[in-house]
Design a protein around this ligand. Structure first.
Ligand SMILES: [Zn+2]
Length: 113
């Protein structure tokens, strides 16, 4: 489980940003995690209280948005979900496709009080 380290560095990044921009309190932190990112949303959420402990973000709520991993088939141009597809287009069974997203890990938004 590497999520604690990741969440600590997220908190550090946000704190630095807040200091630079004169923000003293943050209400909500919104992060985006791709469906096939190496970060497990459930673990990120579980590590969050430990990551914010003793920081200026102690009372900040974490919101996680999941970005679906979608593929576009190069044969029939249809879009399908990567998870459960086993790498085969469910429409035409081609194995030639492009991943459109799903590996993201972004700090999307900081909601100040
Ligand atoms: Zn196809």
């Amino acid at each position: 489980m590497h999520e604690l380290g990741i969440m600590i560095s997220v908190v550090e990044t946000v704190e630095k940003f807040a200091k630079e921009n004169g923000i003293t309190e943050i209400e909500t932190l919104v992060i985006q995690i791709g469906e096939i990112s190496s970060v497990v949303p459930h673990f990120a959420q579980a590590c969050y209280p430990a990551a914010i402990d003793g920081t200026m973000m102690e009372n900040t709520e974490l919101k996680i948005e999941i970005i679906p991993a979608n593929c576009r088939c190069n044969n029939c141009s249809k879009i399908f979900g990567y998870v459960g597809s086993r790498g085969i287009c469910p429409h035409c069974e081609a194995e030639d496709w492009e991943l459109l997203g799903g590996e993201e890990f972004n700090i999307k938004e900081i909601v100040a009080c």
